[in-house]
Design a protein around this ligand. Structure first.
Ligand code: G3H
Ligand code: PYR
Length: 207
């Protein structure tokens, strides 16, 4: 997996996960894998996130672990050091993009407008996050993006559900969708790994 476009090809759904407890990292990744999902985006929204990334990278190497919610200076470097294999940002600043690029890792920077997508295309990006997807116009917006921006592919995230995922995945400029529905906090807190596996299995079949 070398490019951002490769990240979009890891499967139809990227689980976006908030891990409050690093002890949950390995069982979550294993449950996703048993369900047929081979990637996990661990958001840097909790103190446990970097340790969670480290554990998944070391103990569940079959799952390609990414780091999401990169919003502050230094986070890209720390995530790369922890073993993240790709980086995701909800939006971007030039500083953030420079830091992400300096890691050498593939990345999905977040955009929600054509102008933002154009700025990233100018920097060489070909694969982007579309965030927050539903509030930013959803499927009709992405359909419209394809006209002027035919070379760009997207991972819409934000408001994606098992009910609307397929309408995104049917678009030629969508490689995969991101969503938190597979790994809700209450299931992780309760150690309900079989339920995570079941939802992963359903998600893996979307298309
Ligand atoms: O902040 C939101 C996450 O990126 C994923 O969005 P979601 O909870 O709507 O799936
Ligand atoms: C939106 C997203 O995936 C992130 O927080 O990076």
């Amino acid at each position: 997996m070398n490019t951002a476009s490769d990240v979009l090809d890891l499967g139809p759904v990227v689980p976006v996960v908030v891990l409050e407890d690093a002890e949950h990292a390995v069982p979550t990744a294993q449950a996703l894998l048993r369900g047929g999902i081979s990637t996990i985006e661990v958001t840097l929204r909790t103190p446990a996130a970097l340790s969670a990334i480290e554990r998944i990278a070391a103990e569940v190497p079959e799952v390609v672990v990414g780091a999401g919610t990169i919003t502050e200076r230094g986070q890209a470097q720390r995530a790369a050091k922890a073993g993240a294999r790709y980086l995701v940002t909800p939006g971007f600043t030039e500083t953030l993009l420079d830091e992400v690029d300096d890691t050498g890792l593939p990345s999905l920077p977040g955009v929600s407008t054509v102008s933002e997508a154009l700025r990233l295309a100018e920097r060489g990006a070909r694969a982007l996050k579309f965030f927050p997807a539903e509030p930013s116009g959803g499927v009709p917006a992405l359909k419209a993006f394809a006209g002027p921006l035919p070379e760009l592919r997207f991972c819409p995230t934000g408001g994606i559900t098992p009910d609307n995922a397929s309408s995104y995945l049917a678009l030629p400029n969508v490689g995969c969708v991101g969503g938190s529905w597979l790994c809700p906090r209450d299931l992780l807190a309760a150690g309900e790994w079989e339920q995570v596996e079941t939802m992963a299995r359903q998600a893996a079949q979307l298309g």
